[in-house]
Ligand binder design. Structure first.
Ligand SMILES: Nc1ncnc2c1ncn2[C@@H]1O[C@H](COP(=O)(O)OP(=O)(O)OP(=O)(O)O)[C@@H](O)[C@H]1O
Length: 918
């Protein structure tokens, strides 16, 4: 078990030094105390050590023996003392043994008495024995059982006793010599003494060596102690010094012993001299030697006392050193324990920090919980407040009712009082006063019971009202839930109905589309629209718009007829078309008439919309339109993109387009930059119908791309045309749109084609008066338009041969004027009087075209496996592969017949000329 500490201590050299010093002092004090005890036992108190001057002098005077002279003061003390052993010595004659400085005069006096009683030797022996015992007791008491010290001192004591024995022997031999014994016998005794002394010397030598060894052992132990930490070494320094002092003393003892040895050598010499010389001299010499030996013995005794004291001091110091070492060890242990405690303290500190952190978290949680709790309390408070308000409202209502009841009761009471009063008055007249009192009590009790009953009824009614209110609330909740369920059901039903209507709408839409196509077919595949443009400013002749309109020779009496006033002795003439658009009708109205055909393109039909008319009649206005008021081209394309987007769930559409110009019977690609050789582009027939090899087709995805493409085409056209206005009048501009629609359900592909054609001016050659290049241009225009007229006539007459190849224009439109296509011709006319003749020609040309029966159109469809799916459409009136005219079917004829009948019935359709050429 390690010692417990109140608190850890660091090693403090100062404290250790103080502790050591204290232990020294304690040891010194203990030795001093023991010494005093010893002296007390001997009858020598401390105060007795001091001698006053008087006694000193007295003793000094007493020492002067008679006949000895001054020189006796210097005699060996034992020489004089020995004289008194014979019982003749007085106190004044006692020798001074040189202890005066140690024991004092009184002690010296007592000592002398004891010496006189016991004899010197006995006294000395007693003193030594007692000192040894005291020392041993002191050692035992202090626990200083160090072998070296314990052994050395008894040995020294033993040595001392030996010396005393030797002295005694010497004295005895001296006494015998003094008594005059025979010198021969003394000689032999001396020889024995010498031998004995030699043996003693040998023994003392051995003891001295042992003492030296012990000193070395002590020295080693001290050095070992000094090898420790410096404070411990510092603590051991003092005992080391002490040991050195002891060593010095031992060295002195050794020196004394050596002196003794020398004395013995001298004794041997004296022995030899005694053997050789006279006995008296020998005795004298021996006496002198004996005195010297006694003196040496005293010296040794003194040294022994010093050594003993020094040893005691060394022991005390060593003990203190041990205590200091123990203290240092304890300090180290304390230090280790302190470190352990620090480690434990750190662990505890960490644990405390963790616990503190946990505590903080708990505190935060507690704060949050408290906040939540306070919120809940606040909410409860608010709820309580609301409940209290509700209660107070209810209480107020109840109170109001009670007050009303109370008021009623008061009224009743007042009434009752009145009645009672009257009754009393009345009764007083009839009954005695006693009877009246009894009656009034009865009436009052009855009234009270009636009021109580009324109160009870009211309470019951209130309870019933509350119950009714609760029932009403429950019913309201039930109704609300039911209504929610009904609303959900209706919503679901509505969604179902929406789905149903959507499906129905889709079905109806398909039906409508089919019917639309049927209507178109019934109407005829070439529809002819007539558009009369407004009067231009230059054509008004100074008239305002209204007056100019009133003077116009071209009128539109109905939506299907146009009337041309009589000009040049020619009668007024009226023409009928599928639709006639007056000057007031805008682009949107016109587009409404062709929009249905545009839809047909997405269904896989070939559609051609062409604007016909003399120069300046409004063809470009109709097809292109001015900026901000687009014509057929942009509106048709816008519709196509819009419808394609609507049908995106069913079909995947792709659009491409080309822009070409036919000028002087040559084809120019307006999407190609730079000069072109018009002869190089020709019209061919491919698997998908007519096409122009080498013509650039551009994919377009939206109106932005279309607009940009048309803009480039126009720009290219203007670069090579010297006079744009004149050039545009003498060339055909064809914008073609190719649409592919792949069904997402069965993979079939529909391919539609839309030609939007702004034809060249149709004025007659004779009217132009052109010559040279102009004549050539006019002839070319005439040729292509004549070819168009021939084709229309051949179609109308159902000829076996349709002359498509007579011009690039008709060749290009072969599959758009054929059996599987739909065609709209918009004849644009000028309302101006100066253009009446040309207007008539244009209207007559369009009237003939209107009579052309193209037959039932067919869808360009390719099945998913790559086969031609044209068979899905109704039986064609012409062969699909050749595109050549075939005899009309009965159905077609019947439609024509019906149209003829319609015309006849109305009397407005007039048969046109048989030829179409101008
Ligand atoms: N419906 C109309 N409403 C208003 N102005 C029109 C209409 N039609 C044509 N115009 C105007 O008449 C003029 C001639 O029209 P436009 O250039 O379209 O004739 P055109 O037949 O294309 O001539 P060309 O054969 O030379 O190209 C233009 O100024 C045009 O703005």
């Amino acid at each position: 078990m390690p010692p417990t500490f109140k608190k850890p201590l660091d090693y403090d050299p100062g404290l250790a030094q103080q502790t050591l010093q204290k232990s020294y002092q304690n040891s010194d004090a203990a030795v001093e105390a023991r010494k005093r005890t010893l002296l007390a036992e001997l009858g020598l108190a401390d105060e007795e050590y001091e001698l006053d001057d008087e006694e000193e002098e007295e003793l000094g005077e007493g020492e002067e023996g008679p006949g000895e002279g001054d020189e006796n003061d210097e005699e060996p003390i034992l020489t004089r003392g020995h004289k008194h052993t014979n019982g003749t010595a007085s106190k004044a004659a006692l020798p001074s043994y040189g202890y005066r400085d140690l024991f004092g005069k009184e002690m010296e006096g007592r000592r002398r008495q004891m010496i006189e009683v016991k004899g010197y030797d006995q006294y000395l022996q007693d003193l030594l024995n007692r000192s040894g015992e005291q020392l041993q007791a002191l050692r035992s008491e202090k626990g200083l059982m160090y072998p070296g010290n314990v052994e050395v001192i008894p040995e020294l004591q033993h040595e001392l006793r030996k010396l005393q024995e030797e002295n005694r022997n010497l004295r005895n031999s001296g006494a015998r010599s003094t008594d005059g014994e025979a010198s021969s016998r003394g000689s032999s005794e001396l020889a024995q003494q010498v031998s004995s002394l030699q043996q003693q010397l040998a023994v003392r030598d051995a003891r001295l060596r042992e003492a030296e060894a012990e000193a070395a052992r002590l020295k080693a132990r001290l050095a070992q102690a000094a090898d420790g930490p410096s404070p411990r070494g510092a603590a051991a320094a003092a005992p080391l010094e002490e040991l050195r002092a002891v060593e010095a003393l031992l060295a002195e003892s050794q020196a004394a012993l050596q002196a003794k040895e020398r004395e013995l050598t001298a004794l041997r010499a004296s022995k030899a001299a005694a053997s050789a010389g006279g006995a008296a001299d020998a005795v004298k010499e021996l006496t002198r030697q004996r005195d010297d030996a006694v003196q040496a013995q005293e010296l040794l005794q003194q040294q022994l006392i010093h050594a003993r004291n020094d040893l005691s001091t060394a022991e005390a110091n060593f003990r203190a050193q041990q205590a200091a070492m123990a203290a240092a060890t304890e300090s180290e242990q304390a230090k280790a324990l302190q470190q352990q405690m620090w480690a434990l303290t750190e662990q505890h500190s960490k644990k405390v920090e963790e616990l503190e952190a946990e505590l903080k978290q708990k505190q935060v949680m507690i704060q949050q919980l408290q906040a939540t709790k306070s919120d809940a309390l606040q909410a409860m408070k608010e709820m309580k407040g609301r409940m209290a308000a509700v209660k107070s409202d209810a209480a107020a209502a109840y109170k109001t009712q009670l007050m009303a009841i109370q008021a009623k009761l008061d009224e009743i009471h007042a009434l009752r009082e009145g009645v009672l009063e009257e009754l009393v008055n009345f009764q007083s007249e009839i009954f005695s006063e006693k009877t009246i009192t009894q009656m009034s009590r009865l009436v009052r009790d009855k009234e009270i019971s009636r009021v109580r009953s009324a109160q009870s009824d009211l309470r019951t009614k209130l309870a019933e009202m509350d119950q009714a209110l609760r029932d009403a609330r429950d019913e309201t909740e039930t109704v609300r839930q039911q209504s929610e369920q009904v609303a959900k059901i209706r919503e679901l039903e509505a969604q179902g109905q929406i789905m149903h209507f959507r499906e129905k709408w889709r079905t109806e839409f398909d039906k409508r589309r089919k019917l639309h196509n049927v209507v178109l077919e019934l109407k005829g595949n070439i529809r002819v629209l007539c558009r009369v443009r407004p009067m231009l400013d230059k054509e008004r002749g100074g008239l305002d718009a209204a007056a100019a309109a009133a003077s116009m020779p071209v009128r539109c009496p109905t939506e299907e007829t146009v009337r041309v006033a009589a000009v040049d002795n020619k009668a007024e003439k009226e023409f009928e078309f599928d639709r006639v658009l007056s000057p007031e009708e805008g682009q949107d109205k016109l587009y409404d008439e062709v929009a249905a055909l545009v839809v047909s393109v997405l269904d896989g039909y070939n559609v051609a919309i062409m604007a016909y008319g003399q120069t300046g009649s409004g063809k470009t206005f109709t097809m292109e339109g001015p900026e901000g008021n687009p014509g057929v081209n942009l509106r048709a394309l816008g519709d196509l993109f819009r419808l394609a987007e609507e049908r995106a769930a069913e079909y995947a559409f792709s659009f491409s387009a080309s822009v070409l110009e036919i000028y002087n019977e040559q084809i120019y690609d307006l999407l190609m930059n730079g000069a072109q050789d018009g002869d190089k582009l020709d019209v061919k027939q491919g698997p998908d119908g007519m096409y122009v090899p080498g013509l650039k087709l551009e994919e377009v995805k939206d109106m932005g791309e279309v607009t940009a493409m048309i803009g480039r085409g126009k720009a290219n056209r203007s670069t090579y045309a010297t006079n744009m206005n004149e050039h545009s009048s003498r060339s055909h501009l064809v914008l073609s749109v190719y649409i592919t629609a792949v069904s997402k359900q069965n993979g079939t592909t529909l391919k539609g084609k839309l030609h939007l054609i702004d034809l060249a001016g149709s004025e007659r050659l004779s009217r132009t008066g052109a010559q040279g290049d102009r004549l050539k241009e006019a002839q070319a225009i005439n040729k292509s338009l004549s070819a168009l007229g021939d084709v229309i006539q051949a179609l109308q007459q159902r000829n076996a041969h349709i002359p498509y190849r007579n011009s690039k224009l008709t060749r290009l439109l072969e599959d758009s004027l054929g059996g599987n296509s739909k065609c709209v011709m918009i004849v644009n006319v000028s309302p101006a009087a100066e253009n009446v003749s040309e207007t008539k020609c244009s209207l007559e040309f369009a009237s003939r075209a209107r009579k052309v029966e193209l037959g039932k159109a067919r869808v360009n469809v390719v099945s998913a496996d790559g086969g031609n799916g044209n068979g899905v459409s109704p039986s064609p009136s012409r062969g699909p592969a050749s595109g050549r005219a075939t005899p009309s079917s009965e159905g077609s004829m019947s439609r024509v017949a019906s149209r003829e009948q319609m015309t006849t019935s109305t009397g407005r359709r007039t048969p046109g000329p048989s030829g179409l050429s101008r």
